[in-house]
Design a binder for this molecule. Sequence first.
Ligand code: ZN
Ligand code: FE
Length: 249
Amino acid sequence: MALIVHQFPCLSDNYGFLVRDEATGKVAAIDTPDAEAILAELGKLGWSLDMILNTHWHPDHAGGNEALKTATGATIAGPAEVTRIAPLDRALRDADVVMLGETRLQVIDTGGHTLGHISYHDAENAIAFVGDTLFALGCGRLFEGTAEQMWASLQRLAALPDETTVYCAHEYTASNARFALAVDSAPETKARAEGVFAARDRGEPTVPTTIGVEKATNPFLRAPLLRPDAASPAQAFGEVRAAKDGFKG
Ligand code: ZN
Ligand code: FE
């Protein structure tokens, strides 16, 4: 049965996601960047919140947990690291399954941006919520993990079916596209970057993306091709990540 995804911008460059299991009407918030904005969207939609699913502990992902739980009574599931800043009812780890009504969300460990970062995959509907691990034309910074850990996490996402719709937590794509053009001369990357700039000029979101599009154009997934002399794919990835960290585009 379908999972309806309602996406809306909040804070300076986050996306909030409210998802509704069509079979049962159960609703979850993927991360809690802004409790007030989420409550306002729930009101507009006429939905009531049953569950909060966090991807990682950062305040722009779990900072609204407490206020939303107080306001709605929703139960909160996420990686144990969330308790650093926010309440959590159920600690999730790799391969756990969360049922939202009849929708089955499988937990994938995608540590690297933070050590405990997780993603949620609905295989039946080919949808993934990836937080700050994979972005359109980009990936999350390595705040806590190593290049090896993040590369392994990105490979797990890249192994999902190409048609998988990927919901990333930030609109960073124009900045990512400027970097992609600087490090990757592939025609597919150039064409995509032009599409991204045009979409942003029109004020349109560039999220969601798909696994297939990212495999074809994302310089972080393409790192081993861009850095053929690196000792390993993870090292190639680490070099591209470091280049982006120092990129003034
Ligand atoms: Zn983050
Ligand atoms: Fe974030």
